[in-house]
Design a protein around this ligand. Structure first.
Ligand code: PLP
Length: 456
């Protein structure tokens, strides 16, 4: 299986190279040259455990890794999950909620990042290389990346966060990790400042090469791939219905793109319901075909406070008949004018159904789910469930994805349910742990000199 760029400027490369490359060097995203069909395997995969299924699905895309190595990495990736089935499917009223938050940081990002951590360690050891991961976080991604990479040979992690502006719990999830390869950088500035720093340091190509900088953001192909697995998993948990729909609380389009890919591979998935909060660029696109940048709103579901969804370009590539020239011209127009359009009658547009959910509706949904079904949902999960309830079709099973444990978002949950106990032992134990972070000012020179001295 070879990988190419959505913008056509990368010679075909193997799976391992695609993982190390992350973002394609021509500014596009890496995609497989052909999407493999899983149809012939659907029957033989009945009854597999989560890890066994993950091995089978991922194997279709990664022929430069031996079966033995892949099986070991997949099983290590899911060994730290606190539920025996990894991702349990729970009945909530007429919906089935797929809980993806049983990993070490209690957010669905663990599913992909634990696997990416295994992959990086494997490929870097094999090649005798090192990688210095640089990232910026306003919340979940930072801690999931740190948990995935801590203590791994050949990898250092530098995560910037805006000092005082992430939730205290989220900060503790990062700063209580004391492994020598983890560097938490508290930046005096906003999340925007962190992202600008990230961009400018990655933009200095000679610095990037000299210090082998890499990223773990949601465009890495391995992250998408690890997420494809649980769409198949849901279908088996539902006992293989003729068709089923799914609803996905969406930010960067990584999660729901994995669902799109599962459907393309032949999984009998019906409608892909895309739920956003007030940051509704994607919801507007799937209603009108117009992709128009707006302003970022701060919401109760902060992991979805995104205006430009980094994985959207992969969908665009398939929608535009895998033609890199059309992708490039769409993206150029969007970058220049903040506005580009596609016809809504073509391709796989109708696989999607989109809706946005306000903060008020999110709070209302959290309260109602608890009162009616005794189910405690985090605000991201609630955004999904609110749309799932409205989109459910008669006699077609609906799976709604739960992306974080409610105890990660105490404030939003207590707005809906002030007197409900909302704790998780992993989080309540953090307050008494030792912490470490390094303060830096928000400028490129400080960041670079920090990286240089840490890597010496
Ligand atoms: C990252 C995240 C999302 C959004 O996922 P995308 O793949 O970016 O669409 C939703 N919920 C939670 C809790 C997250 O951490």
């Amino acid at each position: 299986m070879q990988y190419v760029s959505t913008r056509g400027g990368v010679e075909p490369i193997g799976f391992k190279d695609a993982i190390l490359m992350g973002l394609a060097t021509d500014g596009g995203l890496l995609v497989p040259e052909a999407v493999p069909s899983a149809e012939i395997h659907l029957e033989e995969w009945v009854g597999l455990s989560y890890s066994e299924l993950a091995f089978q699905v991922i194997r279709l895309f990664s022929d430069d890794i031996s079966d033995e190595d892949l099986a070991r990495m997949v099983s290590a990736s899911y060994s730290r999950f606190d539920h025996p089935s990894v991702a349990p499917l729970v009945g909530v009223g007429s919906l089935s909620v797929l809980e993806l938050f049983h990993g070490p940081t209690l957010a669905f990002k663990d599913i992909a990042l634990q696997f990416l951590g295994e992959l990086f360690a494997h490929v870097l050891t094999e090649r005798g290389q090192t990688l210095n991961i640089l990232g910026a976080t306003s919340g979940d991604t930072g801690s999931a990346a740190i948990e995935a990479m801590r203590g791994r040979p050949g990898v250092r992690v530098f995560i910037m966060f805006p000092e005082g502006r992430t939730s205290p719990l989220q900060e503790l999830q990062m700063t209580t990790v004391l492994d020598p390869n983890i560097f938490n950088l508290a930046v005096e500035g906003s999340f925007d400042d962190c992202q600008k720093l990230l961009k400018s340091v990655f933009g200095d190509l000679s610095f990037k090469d000299q210090w082998s900088l890499g990223a773990v953001n949601s465009v890495n192909w391995a992250r998408v791939l690890a997420q494809v697995v649980y769409y198949f998993w849901s279908w088996y948990q539902l006992r293989c219905p003729a068709s089923f729909d799914v609803t996905v609380p969406t930010g960067n389009f990584g999660n729901i793109f994995a669902g799109f890919l599962a459907k393309k591979m032949g999984l009998p998935l019906g409608q892909l319901n895309l739920a956003t909060n007030d940051n509704d660029i994607l919801a507007r696109f799937f209603r009108s075909g117009a992709y128009q940048r707006g302003h970022v709103h701060f919401s109760l579901s902060p992991a979805m406070d995104i205006q430009v969804a980094s994985n959207f370009e992969r969908y665009l590539y398939y929608q535009l008949a895998e033609d890199p020239v059309s992708v490039k011209s769409f993206m150029t127009q969007f970058q220049d004018e903040g506005d580009a359009s596609l016809p809504t009658q073509e391709g796989n547009f109708n696989w999607f159904n989109a809706g946005s959910v306000s903060d008020d509706e999110t709070v209302e949904t959290i309260r109602r789910l608890h009162e009616t079904h005794g189910y405690l949902a985090d605000p991201h999960t609630a955004v999904g469930i609110a749309l799932a309830e409205k989109s459910q079709r008669p006699s077609i099973p609906m799976v709604s994805l739960a992306t974080a444990h409610p105890a990660k978002f105490v404030d939003a949950v207590s707005r809906a349910l002030p007197s409900v106990d909302n704790v998780h032992p992993v989080l309540s134990g953090l307050a008494t742990k030792e912490t470490r972070k390094y303060s830096i000012v928000a400028d490129e020179a400080s960041l670079k000199s920090f990286i240089e001295s840490a890597c010496d």
